[in-house]
Design a protein around this ligand. Structure first.
Ligand code: SD4
Length: 343
């Protein structure tokens, strides 16, 4: 009865909304698709699977991860499966195969992975292997170490069955050669490199998942800042900076100018703030504010975004600048959101 009364009194609003939705659908758009929702509005309940990841391209990665989660698979397998999608995509020029090279023309990859038992693995400056995340997982599972870097990481990959590949695509090579003509090096918001034409093209994928058992895992993989110095390592392969998972509390990942994230050990900070009771979005915001407070002038010129999932199933994100998006997938939601930002 109450429901009917509510329906009657709200009928006008309902009709208006239905009309707007139909117009949007006819126009081939979802009016509500990218609204930044209040923190945790679509929160899942504990023990229901969910996967979240950075940027618009996280949507395709989430879909692959979801195939693992929906059948009761482990979050660790889900995040590895998920981030392999952008790693293999030649059109994604900031992750894996087809990534933009360093200033010497070498594609070097950074990646890390962490599970519900705080087991973690990482590779930095890995060359000639598309799936850096799988090498990172092997470091975790087959060595007593957490991190392998440079030639040692590449050698380890070959010794463990990865084939030598050329990761530099014709497109990325042509752009790098064009960049060489000017050879400037100044980070740009949401680009973090000097691409000719200033075309937007994002960026590191950080992914966090919670499986049916309520266990958390995360993965982060990138070709790093385009045209970086040879040997430069960003935040993405650094446990605590680019990714952190604490199965008691939650998990966080980052994207943007890695140097800024490393200075505040960003992902770990976000998780610790959630431990103190902050919501995922509030925790991400506080971490971003800490970067801004440290160097207010510079903070206006660079992008950093954090994405977090609380053990309760709530998620949230926050960035320095507008333009950071994140993708969410669970049983009810498959959507890309614009993260709120400081500036
Ligand atoms: C890095 N954090 O290498 C990565 C790159 C990135 O948005 O995420 N750019 O610093």
């Amino acid at each position: 009865m109450l429901l009917i009364l509510f329906y009657m009194s709200d009928r006008r609003k309902f009709v208006k909304l239905s009309f707007l939705s139909s117009v949007a659908l006819l126009a081939g758009k979802n009016l509500f698709a990218r609204t930044a929702k209040a923190d945790g509005e679509f929160a899942t309940v504990k023990d229901e699977p969910v996967v979240i990841s950075t940027w618009d391209f996280g949507k395709a990665a989430n879909a692959a991860a979801w195939e693992v989660l929906k059948t009761g698979g482990r979050a660790l397998d889900a995040v590895e499966t998920g981030v392999k999608v952008p790693e293999a995509d030649p059109d994604n020029q900031s992750v894996g195969y087809g990534g933009r090279p360093d200033r010497d023309g070498k594609v070097t990859l950074d990646a890390c992975i962490m599970d519900e038992n705080s087991r973690c693995g990482s590779v930095a400056c890995l060359e000639h292997v598309t799936h850096a995340i799988s090498v990172a997982r092997m470091v975790m599972e087959r060595t007593p170490h957490v991190m392998l870097a440079g030639e040692g990481a590449t050698q380890f990959a070959f010794e463990n069955g990865f084939k030598k590949e050329n990761l530099l695509t014709a497109k990325s090579e042509a752009e790098w050669k064009a960049w060489l003509k000017e050879s400037k090096y100044k980070p740009q918001n949401n680009i973090e490199n000097m691409m000719p034409g200033g075309k937007l093209n994002h960026d590191t994928i950080g992914m966090i998942a919670m499986d049916k058992k309520g266990d958390l895992s995360g993965a982060c993989t990138t070709s790093g800042m385009a045209y970086k110095m040879r040997g430069r390592v960003g935040d993405s392969p650094i446990i605590g900076a680019g990714l952190f998972v604490d199965n008691e509390v939650g998990a966080a990942t980052s994207t943007g100018v890695g140097e800024e994230v490393i200075r505040i050990v960003g992902a770990h900070l976000v998780v610790e703030l959630m431990r103190q009771g902050l919501s995922p979005q509030a925790a991400c915001k506080k971490a971003v504010e800490r970067i801004a407070a440290r160097n207010p002038k510079q903070a206006k010129e660079v992008q950093v975004g954090f994405l977090a999932l609380h053990k309760s199933g709530k998620y949230g994100a926050f960035a320095l600048q507008k333009g950071f998006s994140y993708a969410v997938k669970n049983g009810n939601v498959e959507q890309v959101f614009d993260a709120p930002s400081l500036f």
